[in-house]
Design a protein around this ligand. Structure first.
Ligand code: TXA
Ligand code: MG
Length: 327
């Protein structure tokens, strides 16, 4: 079959934009993970991406736009929301805002009065948004509940249902965006990401010294389905905080790994940004070693302890959700 993966040159970006215009779906890179995009104004196009991902219809999508000005034409911003957008866009931040648009398909917002918006930083994503000239609804380009794609080839899981995949090599960050929702005197973190609570606190503390930032941990009321306990999951079972893996486990080390142990090191030098960037690819490769090699004695995955601060806390959040027992 002809490959659907294309280099992100101007000719192909124009082609991708035409596909979106005609109601098709395009996978494109962002600095967080790859997204499967559709014209956010077109009900049918949006329905197709729910179907491609086997995503429940009540789980709303993130709308991607090229700049703050466009975002302000879609949603209402409070003072603090505007401040966050001005400071962190373009980048790995999604804001849940009051929807002010009649045009965006109701399928995108799953009937909610709020709308999630993000301005990505990745140059291919921005070129596509500018060329297309309309908002693009884009969830991560994976089957719902499975591991998000951080390489173009990962998005081949959806190849039957997309017209084109733009290749942006590996995603620079490798974890989904941080999702925030602001309320009276508070900011709730609905999903942790590379933009950490510490980063947010530092930037807002002078202008908004009294605002409380709190994590909506699982167990509290679920506002964002990305908070569901089983999510971001490899197919194999995953054991956490492991220093001595068994012979039947594929090991994801943090730091150097003994040559006798089979697996990968998330970061030889224990650098959290590198570990985040490698995490999803290595979970997928570990699954392949376990499930696709008939001679393999490997049965599950084990991961080394990851320090639980800053970006490490976001990595641990994903690992915890990935580790719920599957069988
Ligand atoms: O980094 C990312 O955010 C990537 C790239 C492609 O931009 N996208 C992504 O989309 O992770 P997705 O669909 O996999 O996750 C979107 C999350 C879901 O957990 C969804 O429930 C939440 O955003 N969400 C969307 N609209 C919402 C809303 N109005 N209120 C609360 N949560 C919302
Ligand atoms: Mg997702």
């Amino acid at each position: 079959m002809e490959s659907k993966i294309f280099q992100p040159n101007s000719k192909n970006i124009l082609k991708a934009s035409k596909i979106l215009q005609e109601g098709g779906s395009v996978v494109f890179p962002t600095e967080t993970v790859y997204g499967i995009g559709a014209n956010a104004l077109n009900d049918k196009a949006v329905e197709r991406i729910y179907a491609a991902k086997k995503r429940p219809q009540n789980n709303p999508l993130i709308v991607h736009v090229e700049n703050l000005e466009r975002a302000r034409s879609i949603a209402h911003f409070s003072k603090i929301e505007l401040f966050l957008a001005e400071n962190f866009w373009p980048g790995p931040l999604t804001l849940v805002l009051n929807n002010g648009s009649q045009e965006i398909s109701k399928k995108v917002t799953a009937g909610l009065r709020t709308i999630a918006i993000r301005v990505p930083k990745n140059t291919t994503a921005i070129s596509l948004l500018k060329t297309f000239g309309k908002p693009i609804a884009a969830p991560s380009a994976n089957i719902s509940g499975e591991v998000s794609p951080t390489l173009a080839t990962h998005a081949l899981d959806l190849k039957k249902d997309v017209e084109m995949i733009l290749d942006g090599n590996y995603c620079e960050i490798g974890l989904e965006s941080t999702i925030l929702k602001c309320g009276e005197g508070k900011i709730d973190i609905l999903r942790e990401g590379s933009l950490t609570r510490e980063n947010i606190k530092k930037v807002i503390s002078f202008e908004f010294p009294k605002i409380e930032i709190s994590l909506q941990s699982p167990g509290k009321e679920i506002i964002s389905p990305g908070q569901l306990l089983t999510h971001y999951s490899p197919k194999s079972n995953l054991r956490l905080n492991v220093l001595e893996p068994s012979k039947e486990e594929v090991y994801l080390a943090f730091g150097s790994k003994k040559a006798s142990i089979e697996g990968f090191s998330l970061s030889e030098n224990k650098i959290l940004t590198e570990a985040a960037r490698n995490l999803y690819n290595y979970l997928r490769l570990a699954d392949e070693m376990i499930l696709e090699d008939p001679n393999s004695n490997k049965k599950s995955i084990a991961v080394a302890p990851i320090p639980n601060y800053g970006l490490g806390a976001s990595i641990n959040d994903r690992l915890l959700r990935a580790s719920t027992l599957k069988r």
